[in-house]
Ligand binder design. Sequence first.
Ligand code: MTE
Length: 362
Amino acid sequence: MNEAESAPMFSASRAGLIIREKEPANLEFAFTSLGPVTSTNEFFVRTHFPVPAIRTQDWTLTVDGEVERELVLTYDDLLGLPATTAPVLLECAGNGRAQLVPKAKGLLWDTGAVGTAEWTGVPLSVVLEKAGVKPGAIDVILQGADEGEVDDPKSPGAIHFERSLPLAKALRPEVFLAYQMNGKNLTPDHGFPVRAVVGGWYGMASVKWLTRVTVTAAPFEGFWQSLEYAYWKRERERPTLAAVAEVQVKAQIARPALSEAVPAGKPYRVFGAAWGGESDVARVEVSTDAGKTWSDAELLGKAVPFTWRLWEFLWDVPKSVGRYKVMARATDTNGHTQPETHDADRRTYMINFVFTVEVEVM
Ligand code: MTE
């Protein structure tokens, strides 16, 4: 029996994670423990249905639709294909929902539905080239093995979790079929045995427990991209529902924590991460006076595409005690800066307005 076959079918340790929902498991990372890479045990979990128990010896990946050759790949077939390893950030499209006013419906994620892990897997392009995409194909649907009924909004009976990518994105190197996370086989919570990892897009695109890839010649308008994970896009002044896709630029503060006691008259290291989806982070600024004045933070290390960039700012904490509002805002290499307020057209997704961390200087 190889390591993959004997992988535990129970869920990984939940110690340290913030429980937003017990069943199905929806667990948040404590963002105050931010580091360059998020360990698998600390990585947030977002699931809509119970975790399917899949053994590697039973797992297959079907590739069908607008392809020259339908494929049914086994786990060993997939492991035999050329693989890459890369750090990729996943952020849930609802990360930060707890900060919305008035209180939003849905899971109230605070700042921890985000993480960066190192993923190993086969580029989706390798599998699509093996199958031969037919001319005229435009979308690639990724289907998970998990299924169930959704009450609100009501689903058409039992449905799978599935999302599509435009063909051009599906062929990009940052889209791969991962079987390892941080150097070990995926855990059941994170999609064992195989999941998609879609760099630069919100987490809902990274379909877990992946068992079917369907290439289509028509745009896909399934539940998880038309009723859920969809926002109002205004083109030529007409709002139309569009699938949530690219991650928007954002900086988050790990330290100080909300309501932290900060010593007066001493330097304090404000520390956090910023990310820009398909773009890199160009700049992070910090304000310690509720947004009246801003100073540049220092970007640490070097930019690695599709991950976060850690940053720090040395705050010369005033001697006068009281409540202070600390804020951070990022700008990406395309010149997009975080907005001050949430755009209602985004519904309860893509929440990247500037957050405030209020602390007590004492
Ligand atoms: N894939 C399947 N099959 N089922 C799911 O419920 N949730 C999606 C995505 N892939 C989901 C899924 C969402 S909304 C997110 S944010 C990411 O998985 C979270 O990945 P993680 O649980 O490994 O952090």
